[in-house]
Write a protein that binds this ligand. Structure first.
Ligand code: SF4
Length: 609
């Protein structure tokens, strides 16, 4: 595909990216951020963590808080309890989130059961949370439990190293462990990349696993250098027939081209990413830009080279502007490609035309292609926990213990059990029924595809709720869609507690993005095929008005949608079509088609900042 054919990219037809009517290059500041000093002085990610684990303090120093992220650990606090802690004079009460790093979300049954048991011991509500990057997160772990937690993870040959931090994060990929060549080959590539992109330090073994302390001056951080990357770096893998990982939203996206059972190579995308900041027009969500095709033998070197360019040219003076996407956007893809080409000894080949990318959720029973079956289990917001009505934790433990399947976590925050005999499918469903869990085929499309980030009470960046109000918001949309006879139409809804976009809201038909307590911005018109970002439709609506606000638009959609047309495509055709690109700036607010309900036509919706 030629550059610029993807809407929402540099040089495209001028669509607004989320939160920004135009992209504003940022003049860099003179001084690196304090985090740069901390990384440089960390002695290859050691900091003073070994000593800190021995003291009585419930939390870590500012410097160690930065470094411990590279070990997959965030210091947080339970924000529900903040006021009470302050009132009692205790101040902030530190607790920790521990994030595993699971390439392509793959686990054995024994590893799953070990994590299930670990959550019972160290997590405040015993939950395991599946992230949109196919990881497990353990929330509310106390400092005194951190070392035991990491050791238990290590005992089953898993790791938290680089679950967070300014390095390559978890490599995401189509999760289904099926016999199909493409999936098998991409899983191998995901593990190869994870190993190749790991930092060259023994710190993790020394601090958490009582490994022998080595002379760190012998360590050579050839890939990252002493300052590591300016910020996080995310790689996703896809096949044209399975873009579960949403590669246009990644710093690097690789779309595998499989021929005669071999991975011939991949189309490479650079510069995607969801994060942005309200009212900062120099920050924006962005879709990856096609760089070219690279043969299989050169794919690992390709990702490393892109990371090196980012290492050398990413903004280290402002962490909000420190992502690879701003380098790609501000240089332009031609300059980025030239820099890439001069660093490698192989040619970038022309982009290989493929069929449009297809999203798969793998829910329910699916044949694996080898005579066995997999079953995708829907998990609300990825939270594996026992509630009064729905007991995900107990049900999954029963299924995994009894059937010993392969387990995979999906980028849609669900869980696959694989390698089942066909007779085991009814057994899986009987266990789901017994524990009050909905079978996927009984869910409305909007609930089946809904994603929500954790937000409050644990995320320090959350401006408002997401996961804890996701059920209520989804119920409002379900009721409205049923009333409009749209309840069997595919409909993607994603909810986040701030604009950082951990649940990828700007790719969805409707994205709900936290603005302030109880209030949300509404984005409409994203394309899950990676072709389009949604755009801002309303600002700072109270939670109770989110679905109602979209009723005029959805009524028009119900009355005049084309066969098979989803809301995002309808919105793009009818509302955002030629001549309507400025509809949301207010400048052409009266251009809104009656009943479409854009910002310019919405009583009470604020103007843009
Ligand atoms: Fe936290 Fe924002 Fe990410 Fe949600 S989107 S988890 S609130 S940073």
């Amino acid at each position: 595909m030629p550059d610029g054919d993807r809407e929402g990219n540099a040089g495209s037809a001028g669509l607004r990216s989320p939160g920004s009517s135009e992209r504003v290059p940022l003049a860099r500041k003179a001084k690196p951020t304090s985090v740069e000093r901390i990384k440089q002085a960390s002695d290859h990610l050691r900091g003073t963590l070994r000593e800190a684990l021995l003291d009585e303090a419930p939390g870590l120093s500012e410097d160690d808080r930065r470094i411990v992220k590279f070990h997959g650990i965030y210091q947080q606090e339970n924000r529900d309890e903040r006021a009470a802690h302050r009132a009692s004079g205790e101040g902030r009460k530190a607790e920790f989130m521990v994030r595993l790093k699971l390439p392509a979300g793959q686990l054995t049954a024994a590893q799953y059961l070990a994590m299930d048991a670990l959550a019972d011991e160290v997590v405040y509500d015993r939950s395991l949370r599946i992230t949109t990057r196919q990881n497990f997160q353990l929330h509310g772990v106390l400092k005194g439990e951190l070392k035991r937690t990491i050791q238990r993870v290590d005992e089953v040959l898993l790791s938290t190293l680089c679950g967070c931090g300014d390095v390559e994060r978890n490599v995401v990929a189509p999760p289904a462990p099926i016999a199909h060549d493409g999936h098998r080959l991409l899983h191998a590539l995901a593990f190869e990349l994870a190993e190749a992109m790991a930092p060259a330090t023994n710190a993790y073994r020394e601090i958490w696993l009582d490994g022998e302390r080595i002379d760190s001056t012998r360590e050579h951080e050839a890939l990252y250098g002493e300052g590591y990357l300016p910020r996080k770096f995310k790689t996703g893998l896809a096949l044209p027939e399975d873009d579960s990982a949403e590669v246009y939203d990644q710093d690097v996206g690789l779309i595998g081209i499989v021929e005669r059972g071999e991975l011939r190579g991949a189309n490479v995308l650079v510069g995607g990413g969801s994060g942005m900041t309200h009212r900062k027009r120099e920050t924006y969500a962005r879709l990856g830009t096609p760089l070219g095709f690279v043969e299989r033998a050169n794919l690992v070197e390709t990702v490393k080279t892109i990371a090196r360019i980012y290492r050398d040219f990413g903004d280290r003076t402002d962490r909000r502007h420190a992502r690879l996407k701003y380098v790609v956007e501000e240089w332009g893809i031609d300059a980025f490609r030239a820099e890439f080409q001069q660093r490698v000894a192989f040619p970038l080949e022309p982009w290989v035309e493929t069929a449009p990318l297809v999203r798969r959720d793998w829910l329910g029973a699916n044949p694996q292609g080898d005579g066995r079956w997999l079953y995708g289990i829907w998990i609300e917001s990825g939270r594996i926990v026992d509630g009064p009505q729905r007991r995900w934790k107990t049900a999954l433990r029963e299924i995994v213990a009894a059937m010993q399947p392969t387990v995979a976590l999906t980028p849609q925050q669900n869980l696959i059990v694989a390698g089942l005999a066909v007779e085991q499918i009814p057994e899986v469903e009987a266990i789901l029924d017994r524990h009050g869990l909905p079978r996927p085929d009984r869910l409305d499309p909007v609930r089946r595809s809904m994603l929500a980030c954790p937000a409050l009470p644990t995320c320090g960046l959350a401006l408002t709720e997401a996961e804890r109000v996701a059920d209520a918001i989804t119920a409002d949309f379900e009721a409205l869609l049923r009333r409009l006879a749209l309840d069997d139409v595919p409909f993607s809804l994603r909810i986040t507690g701030c604009p950082n976009g951990c649940a990828r809201p700007y790719d969805a038909d409707v994205g709900i993005v936290g603005r302030k307590p109880g209030h949300y911005d509404v984005y409409v018109g994203g394309g899950l095929g990676g072709n389009r970002l949604g755009e801002l439709h309303a600002e700072s609506l109270p939670q109770s008005r989110l679905a109602a606000h979209l009723e005029p638009l959805l009524r028009g959609f119900s009355e005049s949608r084309r066969p098979e047309e989803g809301l995002g495509d309808y919105y793009d055709r009818v509302v955002r079509g030629p001549g309507r690109r400025d509809i949301l700036s207010g400048a052409k607010g009266d251009a809104a088609e009656p009943g479409t309900g854009g910002v310019g036509a919405t009583p009470g919706a604020g103007g843009r900042a």
